[in-house]
Design a protein around this ligand. Structure first.
Ligand code: SF4
Ligand code: SF4
Length: 471
């Protein structure tokens, strides 16, 4: 993924500058300036945490417009397994697939089936690289981006295998091209996605030069129409190609179940990911773990910001749906997947690169100097991490000051000190001038008022070091 490509748009009209979002962002990508939140494009990892916390719905996740499907001769829908968890009343997985086709796609290809194939590829890869783990799953673009920006030393641990949606698009174009005699480039593969990070991953893939997927449509944007189509779709006889483990990739624990790894950890939620990555980086982690299933959203992809159903309900629904599918692939299917694996069909074309966006400058000497300067500034700040300055912490304000994008008086305590000092200076100067005119006397009166006001600013918070000094 390129730096600066992300899929969260911030509607300034809606933003009230409340600062709720700045503390929630795991990469410190948001600042509030002039009463409005702003996202630093190169820091945003599309996790959707700001979307979830904002009371005014100012951050808006973006997906492709449906009209884009009109650019292709033959359209193929790629429904994510999480889609199946969105419908808790009655429909069977096959009915849902039929309803997806009824949205206007020429064909549907199951991402859950591609997940079955990728699970076998992961199993083989881990066996071939025993003891070199823990290997980080490569299907959640937020987890990948989090590693890139905050734990760059772990990028080598990311599995060099394509995600199920990329494999699904690759297989779909090849298979339909053979069947219909249409060149692969005339097919448009559209992913029905549970999260905006997948939109970014398609526009700027981390494992490929160009994505096999041509567009991503938010599940939430299609939900009402899909429900209506499902209600009119009769039960279908045609079997679903995916297995139960393939379908449960949409919820936490599903990947590990499908991969059949014995030494694994299934992690969901951004804070849990941060904690585990930190421990791995510090060398505190149990090295027997082979596979880390990492999903940034609570409950897995069923908790993505483009989903509709409560993630806990969706997890149960997905399990119920999966129980209607066959438990595993046939031996011949498994042999075919293994053959493809040996030919490198599922292998990434390029490695995931680390980004050093948390570093203050590309020039190491300059970066060290800037860190020293920011440490000095930090000592002058109150250390309350109150967020009133529009930065998530006093440390980030100190860094922003060094980078020239903030000033010390953005801190309300520093502002108060400055106003007070200015008022004192003005009064002292005025006293040196004989108050000969009424106007000058008025000026002095105003100055005294400014000084009084400055003393009362801010009235609610006390500076910790003043408290310690008993002031
Ligand atoms: S949470 Fe952030 S984006 Fe939402 S209104 Fe508050 S400052 Fe603006
Ligand atoms: S999507 Fe995540 S990383 Fe991007 S600005 Fe929002 S909270 Fe920060």
């Amino acid at each position: 993924m390129e730096k600066g490509v992300y899929s969260i748009f911030l509607d300034e009209e809606r933003c009230t500058g409340c600062t709720n979002c700045i503390k929630r962002c795991p990469t410190e990508a948001i600042r509030v300036r002039d009463g409005k939140a702003k996202i630093f494009a190169d820091r945003c990892i599309d996790c959707g945490e700001c979307v979830r916390i904002c009371p005014n719905h100012a951050p808006i996740p973006q997906s492709d417009a449906r009209e884009k499907t009109g650019q292709f001769r033959h359209t193929i829908a790629l429904p994510d397994p999480a889609l199946f968890g969105q419908f808790k009343t009655k429909p069977s997985p096959r009915q849902i697939l039929a309803a997806v086709a009824a949205l206007g796609f020429d064909s549907v290809y199951e991402v859950a089936w591609a997940a079955d194939a990728v699970s076998i590829a992961i199993r083989e890869f881990i066996q071939e690289h025993k003891g070199e783990g823990p290997w980080i799953s490569s299907s959640c673009p937020v987890a990948i981006r989090l590693v890139q920006v905050r734990f760059p030393s772990l990028t080598e641990q990311i599995l060099p295998l394509l995600s199920p949606v990329e494999v699904a698009a690759k297989l779909a174009k090849e298979e339909f091209s053979r069947q219909l005699g249409i060149p692969p480039q005339e097919f448009g593969c559209f992913y029905l996605t549970p999260c905006p990070a997948q939109v970014t991953a398609i526009r700027s893939p981390y494992h490929l030069e160009h994505s096999y997927v041509d567009g991503a449509l938010a599940i939430s944007g299609l939900y009402c129409e899909l429900r209506e189509k499902i209600s009119r779709t009769p039960e279908q006889n045609e079997p679903v190609k995916a297995t139960a483990p393939g379908l449960t990739w949409g919820r936490v624990g599903g990947q590990t179940r499908a991969v059949q790894s014995e030494n694994y950890l299934a992690i969901d939620g951004i804070n849990n990911l941060l904690q585990v990555f930190e421990e791995i980086e510090l060398g505190k982690f149990n090295t027997n773990i082979d596979f880390l299933e990492c999903q940034c959203c609570q409950g897995g992809c069923v908790g993505g910001t483009f989903t509709v159903e409560n993630p806990f309900v969706a997890r149960v629904t997905l399990r119920r749906m999966a129980s209607q599918l066959r438990p595993k692939l046939e031996l011949e299917e498994e042999q075919e997947v293994l053959e493809y694996y040996r030919k490198g069909y599922y292998r990434a074309e390029k490695d995931v690169e680390p980004y050093s966006i948390m570093c203050l400058d590309k020039d190491i000497a300059k970066a060290i100097y800037m860190v020293e300067q920011s440490e000095k500034i930090l000592k002058q700040l109150p250390g309350l991490d109150c967020g009133s300055c529009g930065c998530p912490t006093c440390r980030t304000l100190a860094e922003d000051i060094v980078c020239g994008i903030a000033t010390e008086t953005d801190c309300v305590f520093k502002l108060r000190e400055r106003v007070q000092s200015l008022a004192e200076q003005m009064l002292a100067l005025a006293l040196k001038v004989p108050p000969v005119t009424v106007v000058q006397r008025q000026i002095m009166k105003t100055q005294r008022e400014v000084l009084e006001l400055a003393k009362r600013l801010p009235p609610v918070l006390a500076k910790p070091n003043q408290e310690k000094e008993g002031k």
